[in-house]
Design a protein around this ligand. Structure first.
Ligand code: NAP
Length: 272
């Protein structure tokens, strides 16, 4: 029950109506009998600065940051974690006695979700489709874990930008054209574009390039048409809910300093 002692955590995004995060976090708080409440806030770009200042003014514990603010929010923060600094995107903010610290839990959330599927990235050749905020977080995680990265993106300059900022961490190449020769050396394909949410979206790659030996990971949910194709081909497939779950679990731990009740959170996602 909300009372005078309830601690508030929020999520800032635009749009925000479809977020599953309040379901997961409020279920976790209830399960652990923590007097916290997680609420969505629709924050427009032009009011992001004021919204971030309000974290301090309203004494919120912290917030999640989602599309389209993960990069823009950085300039309003006092401190960044090592990952957030490298990735250049923040999805979690902690209000530490009036100082706002930004974290990126998408990166480790993605890696843990792969580990739970018993997939290791170490020394594997991995193709990321996309070069947006999510792709950057995933690329950082993969390089840190010793994977060899190939990036393909519609706007090539964005892929080259990732290569320039991450090449000190590990092996990373930009792919200018996807063909069978490239795909033969790839073991894991990750769709990190925003394609697949709408029925009329084009596919992020031609399904004829997917082989049944590929692990196919699609961070977009619900199931996309390219994911259905990968299943038909016989690939091991992994959907985006695992990453969503684990980035939330890590954020929960940052805010509460308690282990997240992952099973409870997962149950709520499964109902979705
Ligand atoms: N499962 C999870 O936990 C999780 C976490 C984060 C994000 N996501 C999902 O991941 C997706 C990407 O998020 P984001 O934050 O990275 O978005 P973003 O920064 O807007 O990046 C979008 C990416 O998709 C590409 N793209 C968009 N339209 C395209 C088209 N018509 N043809 C080819 N490429 C196209 C963009 O290419 P250009 O660079 O050429 O524009 C860019 O690489 C979203 O659907 C988001 O919901 C899931």
């Amino acid at each position: 029950m909300i009372n005078g002692k309830t601690k508030i955590i929020g999520i800032f995004g635009d749009p925000i109506e479809h977020t599953l995060s309040p379901l997961m976090h409020n279920a976790a708080f209830k399960h652990l009998k923590l007097n916290y409440c997680y609420v969505p806030f629709n924050v427009k770009r032009e009011q992001l600065k004021e919204a971030v200042q309000a974290i301090k003014a309203l004494n919120l514990i912290g917030v999640n940051i989602t599309v389209p603010h993960k990069e823009a929010v950085i300039e309003y923060l006092d401190q960044l974690s090592e990952e957030a600094k490298h990735i250049g995107a923040v999805n979690t903010i902690l209000n530490e006695n009036g100082k706002l610290k930004g974290f990126n839990t998408d990166s480790m959330g993605f890696i843990i979700s792969l580990q739970k599927e018993k997939v290791s990235v170490k020394d594997k050749n991995i193709l990321i489709l996309g070069a947006g905020g999510a792709a950057k977080a995933i690329a950082y995680g993969i390089l840190k874990e010793g994977g060899n990265l190939y990036i393909f993106n519609r706007t090539l300059s964005k892929a080259y930008k990732i290569k320039a900022s991450f090449s000190g961490i590990g092996k990373i190449e930009v792919i200018e054209e996807l063909n069978n020769e490239v795909m033969e050396k790839i073991q894991i394909i990750i769709n990190a574009t925003s394609l697949g949410l709408k029925e009329k979206d084009p596919m992020p790659l031609n399904p004829s390039l997917i082989k049944k030996e590929h692990v196919f990971y699609d961070i977009v949910y619900p199931e996309t048409s390219i994911m259905r194709e990968a299943k038909k081909i016989g690939c091991k497939t992994i959907g985006g809910l695992g990453m969503l779950l684990w980035q939330a679990a890590l954020a929960f731990e940052i805010w509460t300093s308690k282990p997240a009740p992952v099973k409870v959170m997962k149950k709520f996602l499964k109902n979705f």
